[in-house]
Design a protein. Structure first.
Length: 275
């Protein structure tokens, strides 16, 4: 059977095999999906070995997404601007291709699963690292009226502002200069979120029209989710939907079949609630 895997360091916690095995069963695709752990020093050789041994595709997770971007011969438009690759595949000529499905996953979760169009909305993004850069190409395509990036280090946010200057007029703020904003969406892509910590934010950011989205997930909810709920957000979502939707986009690229994500998302949430 065709072989796929997720590669990371560490990777034992990954729920990608659970997701892709459900996709395969649902769509009647004959494949296996496993976990591959590779240190940063060994990443390239492990990837090359996987494909040389007949592997068909890899999902890439932290800390390898930027290295994967450097490694591939051909990048999709999303991946090229994102500066990171989370999906590897072989092209017909044998070259290694790379895509980034993270932004697609987040936007699809918001707009399709939760029926909340981003068009003409004000979106505040917390953080200016790789996760946010990976989100921006697809978020910009969703046509919000206003995108504001807030970060403790303003220079990092300004670097993203300049990188995407031809596509959107992104505003930049320091974390301590947000009190006047009343965003429709707050998306947490900060490094603090990855550590289970909370950026210092004014409670006034959240009104009865504000929805919040954390790009990470945790059993029992994330710290950012709890903050959003405490302050009365309309929605307080974690990254579970994004995880499943970005996986579905990877699966579609590999197999040419788009799975139904709803039952998989429901099953994953049950798994996380007991895990």
């Amino acid at each position: 059977m065709d072989r796929y895997a997720v590669i990371g360091y560490p990777v034992a916690h990954s729920k990608s095999p659970f997701i892709h095995e459900m996709f395969a069963e649902q769509t009647q695709q004959a494949l296996t999906y496993s976990k591959v752990e590779a240190s940063p020093e060994d990443f390239c050789s492990v990837v090359e070995g996987f494909f040389a041994d007949g592997g068909k595709g890899l999902n890439v997770t932290v800390p390898h997404k930027e290295r994967a971007w450097e490694m591939v011969a051909v990048r999709t438009a999303n991946a090229d601007k994102a500066g990171a690759v989370n999906t590897l595949f072989l092209l017909d000529d044998g070259l290694l291709g790379g895509d980034n499905t993270d932004g697609v996953g987040l936007v699809r979760d918001i707009e399709q699963n939760h029926q909340r169009p981003l068009k003409d909305k004000t979106v505040l993004i917390l953080g200016a690292g790789g996760a946010v850069r990976g989100l921006l190409p697809r978020l910009i395509q969703a046509a919000p009226a206003r995108i504001v990036i807030a970060n403790r280090t303003v220079a990092r946010a300004e670097a993203l502002q300049q990188l995407f200057a031809d596509e959107a007029a992104i505003e930049v703020r320091a974390n301590n200069n947000l009190a006047d904003l009343r965003p429709d969406w707050i998306i947490n892509g900060s490094s603090a979120g990855l550590q289970g910590e909370m950026p210092d934010l004014p409670a006034s950011l959240v009104t009865d029209n504000t929805s919040c989205y954390d790009m990470v997930y945790a059993p029992g909810g994330t710290v950012f989710q709890h903050w959003a709920q405490k302050h009365g957000a309309v929605l307080a979502l974690d990254g579970t939907g994004m995880l499943v939707e970005q996986a579905a986009e990877s699966f579609f690229r590999w197999r040419g079949v788009r799975p139904d994500t709803a039952p998989v998302l429901e099953a994953l949430r049950r798994l996380l609630s007991v895990g």
